[in-house]
Every structure is written in C-alpha cells, then in structure tokens.
Ligand binder design. Structure first.
Ligand code: ADP
Ligand code: MG
Length: 248
C-alpha cells in the first residue's frame, strides 16, 4: 500500500564535481511523518545531496523515488508542485519584496507554475495562504515590511514559511538555525517539531543538541558517503560517528 512505502527513497545517488565525489553512492529512506536529520562535517555533501533530491543538480548515478514515483532529473518547480519543497542554507528570499509578497508569490507556484510571475493581484487563494502563514509563523506584524529589513532569525523563519506555501508533503531544511542566537535556535526547534505533525521533514543541522532532541532518525554523511544511520542515541554512541564527527 502507498502508506507503507517510504515517502522518499534515495538509491545509490552519486554526483561528481571533476575528480571530487561530492555524493558517493548514497541510499536513504524517509518514512511518512517525523523528522530525519542529515548530519556530518562541513563539506560532507549534505547540501549537495539536497540539491540532487530537490532537482537543482542532476545525479551522475542513482535514482530518487518520491512517493513511489521516479522523479530523478525532475526540475525543482515540478518537484515542488508534486509536494517536495526545500529551504536553502543561504537565504533565498526576494529582499526587495514585502514579507506578504514573498509568501503570496510562493503560494502562487502551486496554482500556476512559472505563471506565478503574473501580477500578484491575480490569486485570492495565494493571498489567503499567505495570511495563514503569517499567522502560523508569527510574522503578521512584519507583513508589510521588506524581507530585506527583517532580522536574521526572522528571515530564516520566513524562508521556512515560503517553503511551506505550496503545502508540501516533504520539506528539506538546510541548516535553518545557522547564525541564530540560542533563543532563536530553541524557537526554531519548537517550530520544526510542530511542523512535523503536518509535513515530513529532512533536516540538515549543525546543532547536535537540536538534532538529538527533534529527530526520529539520523543519517551521518562523511566525504560524500553514508557512515551510519539509526535512532539519534544509537548514532550518537556509534564509535565510527564519534571518531569522524563528534570527536574533535
Ligand atoms: P555540506 O553541505 O555537507 O557542508 P556540500 O554539499 O556543500 O557540503 O559540499 C560537498 C563538497 O562538494 C565540498 O567539497 C564542496 O566544496 C563541493 N561542492 C559543492 N558544490 C559544488 C559545485 N557546484 N562545484 C564544485 N564543487 C562543489
Ligand atoms: Mg551545506
């Protein structure tokens, strides 16, 4: 049955940049519901793996199955309309549009694909979705401010809201707490837990405490390869993981 099938099934995924095997024969599955975290040292290939899964890069080998469908090589916007969304390690907002405009534009993609770039007045549904997200992410007071005028923490929160505008079934979050204060990081952890009730999440995250707190399943990547995976505590205690990642 569809529900027993993994939501995301990555099989033998690889990509090379010249001689560098940035992602090397990685397989992983994401079940429906819950939070899977992807951890590993800088340069391990985490963002590149996200790029392969979300269609920003084409793999040199391997396949990506989303909800049982082979989506390898699909464009990011086709994947988005199929229900797979991502946020970026570097924020990807329209800094010269308002917070509400960013959300409306993102919500319109679901209805109209690239026609989202028609006049913003066209979609009442998108406007309603934007207002819903403003409330859910406590950004109402900022609705008419330019995205570029937000604090770093607010921008990262808006970016997650933008990724959710199309009501995805799978959300890839690339270091959502990067550069955040401890307080903003704690808020974001709570937000991610709350979101996981409605959308399956794959999280790339540096803060090990946060990963241990929120994850159902952890995958460890080093030098493009999968080193270990399992429940957070098992992975934390794995001597290979200790040596490669936690042991400084
Ligand atoms: P992580 O997100 O785990 O820190 P990345 O996926 O960003 O790691 O990078 C993995 C490796 O691939 C790094 O050595 C990085 O320099 C390299 N890399 C990433 N993107 C490119 C690219 N477009 N061209 C060449 N090398 C890249
Ligand atoms: Mg990265």
């Amino acid at each position: 049955a569809a529900s027993s099938q993994p939501l995301l099934d990555v099989r033998g995924l690889s990509v090379r940049f010249g001689a560098l095997r940035a992602v090397d024969d990685v397989s992983m599955q994401v079940v429906r519901g819950g939070i899977t975290s992807l951890i590993g040292p800088n340069g391990a290939g985490k963002s590149t793996l996200f790029n392969l899964i979300s269609g920003a890069l084409r793999p040199t080998a391997g396949t990506v199955l989303f909800d049982g469908v082979d989506v390898t090589g699909w464009s990011p916007h086709k994947l988005l309309r199929a229900g797979l969304a991502r946020s970026f390690q570097i924020t990807n907002l329209f800094v010269d549009l308002t917070v509400r405009e960013n959300l409306r534009l993102a919500a319109q993609v679901l209805e109209s694909g690239w026609l989202a770039l028609r006049p913003l007045a066209a979609s009442h549904l998108a406007l309603a979705r934007a207002d819903e997200l403003l409330e859910e992410f406590a950004l109402q007071a900022r609705a008419n401010d330019l995205a570029g005028a937000l604090s770093h923490g607010e921008q990262r929160r808006l970016e997650i809201a933008v990724a959710l505008a199309c009501r995805p079934r799978l959300l890839l979050l690339d270091e959502p707490t990067q550069g955040m204060s401890h307080a903003d990081t704690a808020d974001t952890a709570a937000l991610i837990k709350r979101l996981a009730g409605g959308v399956s999440i794959v999280l790339v995250e540096h803060d090990v405490g946060l990963v241990m707190d929120v994850s159902d399943h952890v995958v460890v990547l080093t030098q493009g390869r999968k080193l270990a995976e399992g429940p957070p505590r098992t992975v934390r205690a794995d001597p290979r993981v200790q040596a490669a990642y936690f042991g400084e």
